[in-house]
Ligand binder design. Structure first.
Ligand code: 13P
Length: 252
């Protein structure tokens, strides 16, 4: 069975005091969070070391990074390596968010390397895919998303890909308040699972977690998470409000 995952992508938001307060607010809600879902927060990388200490005794919130480089170490000014993340007990790392593809020109080859490097160091990649509005409207969005998955993930082994979390984030729904309907999201999630199953087998297809992102909030999470192939969410804006994030965790 696929694991249920709720990950908060804080993006480049919150100063240090605000970010620490959000962690404290989340910790206060511990008893109200859904115990059956894995809860992950992905703050700015500059806060990860301090949060790793705060969360050391609070194992129920996992730490994730928003990005990393693929090399272990070396002369890559400004980058963060999977080895460094692992040394802070970071469990997850987002790979290929559309904002990184669009603003920082990240391509399939780079994303494949990052995914592989994370797996080599025991960090779970949250691999993002999703189409822009013009692709959705031109009606080739299914092929487009399948290509994103195939190009970046299909050189992995079955064992490796079973450890990857795939996040379907239609770009037109990110930060726009315009969510994909449950049917639109389910269609793509089912296609992704079918494609992974065809390539890597029944067991991998059943176990891989495919989560949805794009204006997911307390008001629509229940309907989205009720779909057969939606195993959770990658939440942007609503993850910055502790009670909303908590409420979304109870939408499974
Ligand atoms: P919003 O929830 O703010 O639309 O962002 C989604 C997202 O990009 C998560 O990675």
């Amino acid at each position: 069975m696929s694991k249920q995952i709720l990950a908060g992508n804080w993006k480049m938001n919150l100063d240090y005091a605000e970010a620490k307060k959000l962690v404290q607010d989340l910790l206060k809600l511990k008893d109200k969070f859904n115990k059956d879902a894995e809860v992950v927060i992905c703050p700015s990388p500059v806060y990860i070391a301090v949060f790793a200490e705060i969360l050391a005794k609070e194992k129920w919130i996992k730490l994730g990074a928003q990005n990393c480089y693929f090399a272990d170490n070396g002369a890559y000014t400004g980058e963060v390596s999977p080895v460094q993340l692992k040394s802070l007990e970071v469990d997850y790392c987002i790979v290929g968010h559309s904002e990184r593809r669009d603003f920082f020109n990240e391509d399939y080859a780079l994303l494949a390397k990052k995914t592989k490097a994370l797996l080599n160091h025991g960090i779970t990649p949250i691999f993002c895919c999703g189409e822009q509005l013009q692709v959705r409207e031109s009606n080739v969005y299914r092929e487009f998303v399948m290509k994103q998955i195939e190009e970046a993930l299909f050189s992995l082994s079955a064992e490796e890909i079973s450890k990857v979390v795939i996040a379907y984030e239609p770009v037109w729904a990110i930060g726009t308040g315009k969510t994909a309907t449950a049917e639109q999201a389910q269609e793509i999630h089912a296609l992704i699972r079918a494609r992974v199953t065809a390539k890597f087998g029944e067991k991998v297809g059943k176990e891989i977690s495919i989560i949805y992102g794009g204006s997911c909030k307390p008001e629509n999470a229940k309907e989205l998470f009720a779909q057969n192939d939606i195993n959770g969410g990658l939440i942007g804006g609503a993850s910055l409000v502790a009670k909303d994030f908590c409420e979304i965790s109870n939408s499974f």
